[in-house]
Design a protein around this ligand. Structure first.
Ligand SMILES: Cc1ncc(COP(=O)(O)O)c(C=O)c1O
Length: 381
């Protein structure tokens, strides 16, 4: 099949699924039905998936063993309830909170959906661009979303966000470190913002990538919750540093009174919506800090290589603190993500008010070398 025809078929498959050709909303090739998946390049034939900010190094060996030890019991419901309870206890101890501060969700994306629905009686204040699930769900259910541009360094504009809060604001959503830009706020500035904003509305903090940060930036806003602030809500996930994207374990951290309210508005039964296999993997992963440390180190090395190579090749990018890099596409003509996919690289691209941007996840060093080589073949005017 000619390259053009293959590209066209791939794009038609995405269009059929309501996915824009630029892959803005593609969550990874595994989200596609099997027959459509065959239209994507065969991973074994060299597909480099740098589209969803996953950890390319895979599960902790302890997590793999925990799953295989439990697999023969997984035909029974009865294992789920004790696993949920045990996991909550272990996670609470690990974080220094009580189990009443926690609500487990199948991935933090489900937590974001829940929060969009729960705080829907007033407007939502958030950045633009930001991670899409919460604002998109809010828009879908008719919530007014006040989108405040990032500053010219692509960092959250805290004074402007604060100013956008009005008497009708039900929630502020801040993703820190920020997706898609990979920037980070100083914890002192974020803390002051949270203290001020939470007097007037709920502040939701998405800490999906916190573990990739170095001190002093790696500070969670959890101490504010532990001080009894009922208007601070935090989301975390096992999908990123713990490499468990496909296993779907996330959680919300908030004051017990807030968690109770959220639980009432939670349509699933959290004793059964979480898989015991996923929870057993998450418990094992918590006990393997070396795996997270190694993932963080390898990510930092591959990120450094990529940033150096992008700089050398003359690309403008936003220095990243995470496992992805946001880079300017200059005057690229056409659909950058679709054109990269035709060359076996999955990444994201989007059109923003200030031009076209790409976002590439940090894969292994070998994958990033392939990415850079492929970038060198693209025509930028
Ligand atoms: C900022 C942010 N929050 C939440 C999520 C959702 O992750 P998950 O549902 O796998 O926990 C992602 C996924 O990419 C993300 O980038």
């Amino acid at each position: 099949m000619s390259q053009n025809r293959r590209t066209w078929l791939k794009q038609s498959a995405f269009a059929a699924l309501g996915i824009t050709v630029s892959l803005n909303s593609l969550g990874g090739e595994d989200y596609l039905p099997k027959d459509l998946r065959t239209l994507l390049p065969d991973p074994k034939a060299g597909l480099v998936n740098l589209g969803s900010n996953e950890n390319p190094y895979g599960l902790s060996p302890l997590a793999k063993k925990a799953i295989s030890d439990l697999i023969n019991s997984s035909h029974r419901y009865q294992y789920n309830i004790p696993h949920v309870q045990l996991f909550k206890k272990q996670l609470a101890d690990y974080l220094g909170v009580t189990t009443d501060h926690l609500l487990l969700t199948p991935g933090s994306g489900e937590g974001l959906n829940l929060l969009a629905r729960h705080y829907s009686k007033g407007n939502l204040v958030t950045a633009n661009p930001t991670f899409g699930i919460l604002p998109n769900t809010a828009k879908k259910i008719g919530v007014q979303v006040k989108e405040i541009p990032l500053d010219n360094q692509k960092v959250h504009d805290l004074p402007a966000l604060l100013q956008a809060i009005d008497s009708n604001t039900a929630q502020v959503y801040i993703c820190n470190p920020a997706n898609p830009t990979g920037t980070v706020l100083h914890p002192d500035a974020l803390r002051s913002f949270c203290e001020e904003a939470s007097k007037r509305t709920v502040v939701t903090l998405d800490e999906a990538y916190l573990e990739f940060l170095d001190p002093p930036f790696n500070q969670s806003m959890l101490p504010l919750v532990l001080k009894g602030n009922k208007n601070i809500v935090i989301l975390r996930t096992f999908s990123k540093i713990h490499a468990m994207a496909g296993l779907r374990v996330g959680y919300i951290l908030a004051d017990p009174a807030t968690i109770n309210e959220l639980k009432e508005n939670y349509f699933g039964n959290s004793n059964f919506c979480m898989s015991a296999l996923s929870l057993t993997a998450a418990m094992a992963s918590l006990k393997d800090p070396a795996h997270s440390t190694t993932s963080k180190k390898l990510n930092a090395a591959a990120r450094q290589y990529t940033q150096d190579a992008l700089k050398k090749a003359g690309f403008d990018f936003i220095p990243s603190s995470t496992n992805f890099i946001y880079f300017n596409l200059k005057n690229y003509q056409g659909d950058f993500a679709a054109d990269m996919l035709a060359k076996n690289i999955v990444l994201r691209s989007s059109e923003q008010p200030d031009g076209k941007w790409g976002r590439v996840s940090i894969g292994t060093l070998e994958e990033m070398k392939i990415f850079i080589k492929t970038m060198e073949t693209m025509r930028f005017s």
